[in-house]
Design a protein around this ligand. Structure first.
Ligand code: KIV
Length: 275
């Protein structure tokens, strides 16, 4: 089967596909992208889900938190990513205050993300408080991914980026929130920076997949910020981050070499100019 833009050989991953992957214990890979070129690389490498994370606020725009990014900016990033993919499921974050104020507002934000930006699903943060909103969005035909644990849009409430749900009260609440999100119709839930034994418990209790970031190996899938796993950002080194490349050094060397060649007059040479 092929869908709208997927090719016949690599059918587009759907929300159904990722739920089925949990059913057959196949791990799910998810990475972020915010632009066409990165999305194309991630998609062609075969990653299952591309998340247009509101981490774009930090990574692309240089803000300290995810709070300032707007719905319009997230829609711009999402449309760029969608144009770069044939295979992956594209999930777009709904930014801070685009879904928390009213259900009507949430439906409008989710609807615009799907209709105008071309996302295949949306992600939003929170548990019991957002579960009724999730239900309304899902009832409107829009797939929703949940996000529990360290939810960066609440950073000013938490006051710290430390591991969440280390005490039994918060752990119980997280488990109950996860159940509520599943009941509300979420097709998957991100678990960010929580103890691995809690993530294991949530994963075994839910029939929808859990996608972990700093939540251990029991999760049904894993997500990282692509810029972090490629080693583009030297200043961010949490314990959960595995760097698969040192792109910061490689890019710096390449750019220094270019700069030096221009200064020396050795770029361009005769083969790099027109007669
Ligand atoms: O915005 C983001 O990149 C995320 C991931 C860290 C899960 O939400």
């Amino acid at each position: 089967m092929s869908t709208q833009s997927g090719t016949a050989t690599t059918p587009r991953i759907t929300t159904r596909t990722v739920v089925d992957m949990k059913g057959r214990s196949e791990k799910i890979s998810m990475l972020t992208a915010y632009d066409f070129t990165m999305a194309r690389i991630v998609d062609q490498a075969g990653v299952d889900i591309i998340l247009v994370g509101d981490s774009a606020s930090n990574v692309m725009a240089g803000h300290e938190t995810t709070l300032p990014i707007t719905l319009e900016q997230m829609m711009y990033h999402t449309a760029c990513v969608v144009r770069g993919t044939d295979h992956a499921l594209v999930v777009a974050d709904l930014p801070f205050m685009s879904y928390q104020v009213t259900d009507t507002g949430a439906l409008e934000s989710a609807g615009r993300m799907m209709k105008e930006a071309g996302a295949h699903a949306v992600k939003l943060e929170g548990g019991a408080y957002v579960a009724p909103t999730v239900k309304k969005i899902v009832d409107a035909g829009i797939p929703v991914m949940g996000h529990l644990g360290l939810t960066p849009q609440s950073i000013y409430k938490f006051g710290t980026y430390k591991v969440r749900a280390t005490d039994s009260e918060e752990a119980d609440r997280l488990l109950s929130d996860a159940r509520l999100l599943e009941e509300a119709g979420c097709f998957a839930v991100v678990l960010e920076k929580i103890p691995s034994n809690l993530a294991e418990k949530v994963t075994s209790e839910l029939s929808i997949p859990t996608i972990g970031i700093g939540a251990g190996q029991a999760c049904d899938g894993q997500v990282l910020v692509t810029h972090d796993m490629l080693g583009l950002n030297k200043d961010f080194s949490p314990r959960f981050l595995r760097r698969y490349a040192d792109m910061h050094s490689q890019m710096t060397d390449a750019i220094k070499n270019y700069h030096s060649d221009v200064k020396k007059g050795t770029f361009p040479d005769k083969n790099e100019q027109y007669e």
